[in-house]
Design a protein around this ligand. Sequence first.
Ligand SMILES: *[C@@H]1O[C@H](CO)[C@@H](O)[C@H](O)[C@H]1NC(C)=O
Ligand SMILES: *[C@@H]1O[C@H](CO)[C@@H](O)[C@H](O)[C@H]1NC(C)=O
Ligand SMILES: [Cu+2]
Length: 216
Amino acid sequence: MMNFLSTALLFSSLPLIHAQSGNGVHTIDVGEDGLSFNPASLTVAPGDKVEFHFYPPDHSVVQASFANPCQPISSGGFFSGFFKTTEESKTVFTLTVNNTDPIWYYCGVQGHCQAGMVGVINPPSSGQDTLDSFKSAAAKAKDTTVPANVFGGVVGNASSGNTSSTTTGTATSTATSSPSKTSATTATTTNAANTMHTAGDVGALMLLGLFSWLMM
Ligand SMILES: *[C@@H]1O[C@H](CO)[C@@H](O)[C@H](O)[C@H]1NC(C)=O
Ligand SMILES: *[C@@H]1O[C@H](CO)[C@@H](O)[C@H](O)[C@H]1NC(C)=O
Ligand SMILES: [Cu+2]
C-alpha cells in the first residue's frame, strides 16, 4: 500500500514540479567535436533556457521544420548568426523554450547540415519523427539557407560563467545584425540550475515519503 501510494504520488507530482520550475539553463556545444551538436537531442521544461556555445572555426544554429532539415522554418524560429571564432566564443546564443513542441535545428554553414550537424530540443516521445530520420533527410538536402537576420534568441554572455580558462578577447561573432533584445543574463549557473532541479526532486521525495508514512 505504502509503496503503491508513494510511487503513484511520485510519478504524478514530479512533472508538475518540473513544469513549475522552468528556470533551468542548459548548454549545447556547437562544433566542439567536429560537425555536431552536443547533446544533439535535449529535453527541457517550458521556461528553461538553452545556451548554444560556439567552437571554431565557424558555425551557427537555425530552426528548421522536421520536413525541411536545412531550411529555416517558415514561421517563428530563430537564427544565431555565424560565430567565426578561433576558440570557444565568449558570447552564446540563448533561446527561451516556451513549450514542449519539438525544435529541430541545423548549422547554417554550407555543407554542415548535410554532414549531420543537426539537432532537436524536445524530440517527440514516439512516432516517426526521430533525430536519425531528420539527419538522414538532411544528408539528402540540396542546399542550406539561413535567414537574413539574427532573431529568436539573445546573443550575449553565458549565464554559466566562465568555466574555461580562456580569458582573451579574440573570439569574434560575425552575427549579421544585432539581436532584437539584449539582456542582463542571470547569475544562475548551469550547475546551480541542475542542483535546484535535484533539490526539488529530493524535497518532493521527502515530502511524499512523510505523507505515505502518515497514511500508514
Ligand atoms: C518564446 O517566446 C518569446 C516571447 O514571445 C519569443 O520571443 C521566443 O522566440 C520564443 N522562443 C522560441 C524558441 O520560439
Ligand atoms: C559580458 O561580460 C563582459 C566581460 O566578461 C562584461 O564586460 C559585460 O558587461 C557583460 N555583458 C553583459 C550584458 O552582462
Ligand atoms: Cu557548423
